[in-house]
Design a binder for this molecule. Structure first.
Ligand code: AMP
Ligand code: MG
Length: 397
């Protein structure tokens, strides 16, 4: 099996074919999770004016300590209409505009209020509790870089900097198609030999979490005509993800029918367990993934190969999954030919992450996999990983 591609070779081929989609303008309300295509630049200085960090009194540092006359009050949202004169203080709210003539704010709890005067016992440093104009970012500076996904913090930064809309790569449109004559929907009655269809749901949820707009097609049986019609419709998308029918059996029609529809196969089969019969091809701009039918194989293949494609289509600069380091709990025999991704429970300890492979690692055992937090990489080899060995893992969340 020396001829099989390694995981990283296959990933490189996928990413090489996944060019970022064109940008479009998106309002901030619609932009959560989207990937920024052009740097988003601040419209205003932030803060837009010198503002108070405290409820207190605006003063001139040089007037302190001392007794100051309160000449006015400044709420948030309304600038002072006069500047601060010598020997004066102005009451100011958090976020209020620090008036001309003032250079510091003393918090309310540090003054003694007496009629219309305040008593300040010690020096208030120049600049104390004043947020300078532009101290966070200046107009014209980049708030969010190209290639960044819009997290809540980044969305907030764009809004605060006065940016109403942002250029994002178009969301990849993904079509999901489960194949197999034996598949029924949960809720239907199973006849002899039938099983419930799980992959369409798994893959749709994974695609959506990765940022794609998903169209889930009705499952098709192992029938050339039905498969061709469904694939033809699916190929209008940016990314097609099928499950089942990519092995070597007589009913495994997906690759052949895709070939007849003009899909050029880039590779078939990867030295990975589970998920060996994975097929990847392209037709014009469409990326076409044929995932194996066993639900755990589909799930794992998605994380390794499809998710990076969805991320690359969105212009994420480092689209490949990031493995983390932990320690193996128990022992684990290596597969001589294929790197394995074992489903594992992840625990945190004082000693870092601990990974305990679940019992029931066969690729049809989706119910057992439901207990997994992580995929543990067991590199191919002739030996065995020992208890406590350092291992790479990928979080599933
Ligand atoms: P295949 O890759 O078509 O040979 O399918 C491999 C195994 O996965 C078979 O036992 C199928 O019944 C099962 N399978 C295929 N597709 C699905 C699906 N969408 N949901 C659940 N199991 C599936
Ligand atoms: Mg099948």
């Amino acid at each position: 099996m020396a001829d099989l591609l390694s995981i990283t070779e296959a990933q490189s081929l996928v990413v090489m074919h996944a060019r970022p989609l064109p940008p479009e303008t998106v309002s901030l309300e619609e932009a959560a999770g989207r990937v920024v295509a052009e740097p988003a630049v601040a419209v205003v200085d932030l803060p837009p004016f010198p503002s108070s960090a405290m409820d207190g009194y605006a003063v001139l540092s040089a007037d302190t300590p001392g007794r100051l006359r309160v000449s006015g009050r400044i709420p948030a949202g309304k600038p002072a209409d006069v500047s601060l004169g010598p020997g004066e203080a102005m009451g100011i709210a958090t976020g209020g505009v620090v008036p001309d003539g003032a250079d510091a704010v003393i918090p309310i709890e540090y003054v003694v209020e007496d009629d219309n005067d305040i008593e300040i016992a010690s020096v208030v440093e120049n600049g104390a509790n004043v947020r300078p104009r532009g101290g966070d970012i200046r107009a014209g500076e980049t708030v969010v870089e190209r290639g960044s996904a819009l997290t809540p913090a980044r969305l907030g930064a764009l809004a605060a900097a006065g940016i109403p809309e942002v250029r994002c790569t178009r969301r990849p449109r993904a079509a999901v198609l489960a194949t197999g004559t034996e598949l029924r929907r949960p809720g239907e009655e199973l006849a002899a030999g039938e099983i419930y269809e799980a992959n369409g749901l798994i893959l749709s949820a994974q695609l959506e979490a990765a940022g794609a707009a998903v169209e889930r097609l009705p499952a098709v049986g192992d029938d050339e005509g039905a498969l061709r019609a469904a694939l033809e419709a699916a190929l209008a998308a940016d990314i097609v993800v099928t499950s089942g029918g990519v092995s070597v059996g007589p009913h495994d029609l997906v690759r052949r029918v895709e070939g007849e529809l003009g899909v050029e196969e880039v590779f078939w089969r990867v030295a990975v367990k589970p998920g060996k019969p994975l097929a990847f091809g392209v037709r014009e701009g469409t990326l076409v993934f044929g995932l194996p039918g066993n639900p755990v194989s589909a799930l794992v293949s998605f994380e390794l190969f499809v998710k990076p494609a969805v991320r690359a289509l969105q212009g994420v600069p480092e689209p490949l999954p990031r493995f983390e380091r932990g320690r193996l709990v128990g022992t684990r025999r290596q597969n001589p030919e294929r790197d394995e991704l074992a489903r594992a429970r992840l625990r945190r300890s004082d000693d870092g992450a601990l990974l305990e492979p679940l019992s029931g690692q066969e690729s049809h055992m989706i119910a057992r996999s439901a207990g997994a937090d992580a995929l543990l990489l067991v590199p191919r080899g002739e030996g065995e990983l020992a208890d406590g060995d350092s291992v790479d893992y990928l979080r599933l969340d």
